[in-house]
Design a protein around this ligand. Structure first.
Ligand SMILES: *Cc1c(COP(=O)(O)O)cnc(C)c1O
Length: 328
């Protein structure tokens, strides 16, 4: 008889954002005429940069020719894009092109990375947290049981509250895998180099791995906030980093991201880079050529300028929310 993965049954049916939508509807009904700024699940609001569109159009035309047609590409992503990522986003950090894995999303990668870790690892997450880290660990049987307080019995929660300025403290019990997201979704906080170093040191001392989600890297404005965890001494032995073109360049509907796994990150003597490559080659067939050409255009002079302008626009929105949100 067929058996399902029972872990899926453990997941609560009502998804967080459905609940929020219900609460918003109820509030609107009870308070007609009140203006609402929705800060739950969102999307980018500006279209793709002209440089990206131009590159994608050109790539589409190539696809219609014998010389320019691209079929199955390398699972890890085209070399032209991985080179640009290394040269631009990891300049002087000693990251190599075969340590970069291009994918269809940081969401997929953050979720799928669990494939390469054993089920009995102890996982730590911030609270509140981007739900993908928690739910994917539930699916793979790493989270235990859901308590009445909404917490999973095997997960270690690190509270991020106004009392600790939304900066998590090191877990009291020993953990093996730590998810960190900075700049943070949902709290908006960032960690300085000194603050992030505490986590890298912890991971080194405890043989733990840090899964670092840098989806909002492009919004960093302060000079003491690292753009990559690999700016921290020792991180190349203990960290995996996820990045995405979604928030950086409005690729939410275009789908392109990448994960960086230095070959020096080893668990029990095994390179995580090798395991991830094996996993991706088996379960993933790469991002479309046209999309990767679009992503490459983000690194052109024009692309950089255009993408920057959009980021500034969103940062201005954030400022407005901060100022006027107080009066709501
Ligand atoms: C939006 C978001 C992602 C997902 O990015 P995609 O590349 O579009 O899948 C990953 N992590 C966090 C924290 C996000 O907010």
């Amino acid at each position: 008889m067929t058996k399902i993965n029972e872990n899926f049954i453990k997941l609560p049916g009502s998804y967080l954002f459905t609940n929020i939508a219900k609460k918003v509807d109820a509030y609107v009904d009870a308070n007609p005429g009140k203006k609402i700024i929705k800060m739950g699940i969102g999307d980018v609001t500006r279209p793709l940069a002209p440089a990206v569109i131009e590159a994608m159009n050109k790539a589409v035309d190539e696809m219609g020719t014998y010389e320019g047609f691209h079929g199955y590409g390398p699972e890890q992503g085209y070399e032209f894009l991985r080179k640009l990522i290394v040269e631009n986003d990891y300049k002087d950090l000693g990251i190599e092109t075969d340590e970069v894995f291009v994918s269809d999303g940081a969401k997929s990668d953050c979720g799928n990375i669990g494939d390469i870790f054993a089920a009995d690892n102890k996982v730590a997450v911030c609270d509140p947290v981007y739900t993908v880290y928690v739910d994917t660990n539930v699916m793979s049987g790493r989270a235990g049981e859901l308590g009445d307080d909404g917490k999973w019995s095997n997960l270690v929660y690190m509270p991020c509250t106004s009392e600790n300025s939304f900066i998590p403290e090191l877990p009291k019990e020993k953990v093996d895998i730590i998810y960190l997201c900075y700049p943070n979704n949902p709290t908006g906080t960032a960690l300085t180099k000194e603050q992030l170093k505490v986590w890298v040191d912890y991971a080194k001392e405890n043989d733990a791995v840090i899964l670092f989600d840098g989806a909002y890297e492009a919004f960093i404005t302060e000079s003491n906030v690292p753009h990559s965890i690999f700016e921290i001494d020792g991180a190349k032995e203990v960290a995996v980093e996820f990045r995405s073109f979604s928030k950086t360049a409005g690729f939410t509907g275009n789908r392109c991201a990448y994960t960086v796994i230095p070959k020096t990150v080893k668990v029990g003597g095994v390179e995580l880079n090798k395991l991830w490559l094996r996993r991706q080659c088996t379960k993933f067939n790469g991002v479309p050529y046209v999309v990767q050409r679009g992503a490459a255009a983000v690194y052109s002079d024009e692309g950089k300028k255009q993408v920057r302008e959009t980021i500034e626009y969103y940062l201005e929105n954030a400022k407005i929310i901060k100022i006027f949100g107080k009066d709501l």
